[in-house]
Design a protein around this ligand. Structure first.
Ligand code: CO
Length: 171
């Protein structure tokens, strides 16, 4: 599954919730592995949402390398977040440069809450919640925006065009 780029219509739709009956089905497993495959095809990618492979369902993947600890030899497995909802945001904001795998060669500064707490369902159908700061908080918010048809260029200031160097972080 290739990663779709603007102006692909899937990027501007509101994605649909995944129903309980769809968990742990062959179709669902296929979707999750397609997400991981598409993300792995890009060295600079840290997260990817289903609409970015043209599928308007509320799920995104975070690359295992994001949670890799400094002394950890192996890269942890990718993590999947289904029907995610942000339930808490910090007052503290952080202003960070973002790029998007669906918007080639474009970067901009986006101000977002520095810390968030998110509820979601994992791929086994279990309800969970997770608090995040730093890069992970950024990924959560960028990917949930994708599920609502929102792109970082809608929120960014100082948008600039740059050749992709793989040194930039894209979501
Ligand atoms: Co993106």
């Amino acid at each position: 599954m290739p990663i779709v780029v603007v102006p692909h219509p899937a990027l501007r739709k509101t994605s649909k919730e995944i129903k309980e009956a769809d968990f742990d089905t062959a179709e669902m497993k296929k979707l999750l592995s397609e997400l991981s495959e598409a993300l792995a095809s890009r060295d600079d990618g840290v997260g990817l949402s289903a609409p970015q492979i043209g599928i308007n369902k509320r799920v995104f993947v975070v690359a295992g390398k994001v949670s890799r600890k400094k002394d950890e030899k192996n890269i942890p497995p990718d993590e999947y977040f289904i029907n995610p909802i942000i339930i808490k945001v910090s007052k503290k904001l952080s202003n960070l440069e973002e790029g998007c795998l669906s918007i080639p060669n474009t970067y901009g500064m986006v101000k977002r809450p520095a810390n968030v707490k998110m509820e979601y369902t994992d791929e086994m159908g279990e309800k969970k919640s997770k608090s995040a700061s730093g890069l992970l908080a950024r990924i959560f918010q960028h990917e949930i925006d994708h599920l609502d048809g929102i792109l970082f260029i809608d929120k960014a200031t100082n948008i600039k065009e740059l050749k992709n160097t793989d040194a930039n972080t894209e979501y």
